[in-house]
Write a new protein. Structure first.
Length: 176
């Protein structure tokens, strides 16, 4: 039995932009989760918790189609986080029946970074594609990609957080 996480439970992790759920979809209708490049090593528990939370808050009809996870490795040391992210996704797949996940790893541009990235791949229970930023368009329309990935999908992480962390009662006007 898994305990359902609330945004307040992992607010510090959500604020760190470890993973984003912008509300966009890939060409097959799957919800998109984005892991932006991070220089610092990510805590594996935080990765697992945020994935579990994002899985929970996704609408049922989108969750049934599955997820496309985009891992952006273009940052200086972003490749250090790929294996922990893949392990956390694998854990989510093992603990969730029938979860359909495809991974798109955006390769770094420099030759040596690409070599390090290729060494990180292993055997997983889901599809993993190492692609260039330009090849992302084969999987996701540009109007469904956030600006950081070359798209036009409107996404503001602070707004996203506000809708999850502000108590619903604050939206109602109290009587005089």
């Amino acid at each position: 039995l898994q305990v359902v996480l609330k945004a307040e439970d992992i607010a510090h992790v959500l604020r760190d932009c470890i993973a984003l759920l912008p509300g966009s979809r890939d060409r097959n209708g799957r919800a998109i989760i984005i892991f932006p490049p991070k220089e610092q090593q990510l805590n594996p528990d935080n990765i697992r918790n945020i994935l579990r939370y994002l899985h929970t808050v996704t609408a049922d009809e989108a969750r049934d189609l599955g997820f496309t996870v985009i891992i952006d490795m273009r940052g200086k040391h972003a490749y250090n986080n790929v294996r922990p992210i893949l392990k956390a996704i694998n854990h989510l797949c093992e603990t969730t029946n029938g979860l359909n996940i495809m991974i798109l790893i955006i390769k770094p541009d420099t030759f040596w970074e690409k070599q390090k990235a290729n060494m990180l791949l292993g055997s997983w229970s889901f599809e993993v594609h190492m692609i260039s930023i330009d090849a992302l368009a084969k999987f996701v329309d540009s109007n469904q990609l956030i600006r950081d990935l070359g798209g036009s999908f409107p996404y503001d992480h602070d707004d996203w957080l506000d809708t999850r962390l502000v108590p619903i009662t604050s939206y109602f006007i109290s009587p005089l």
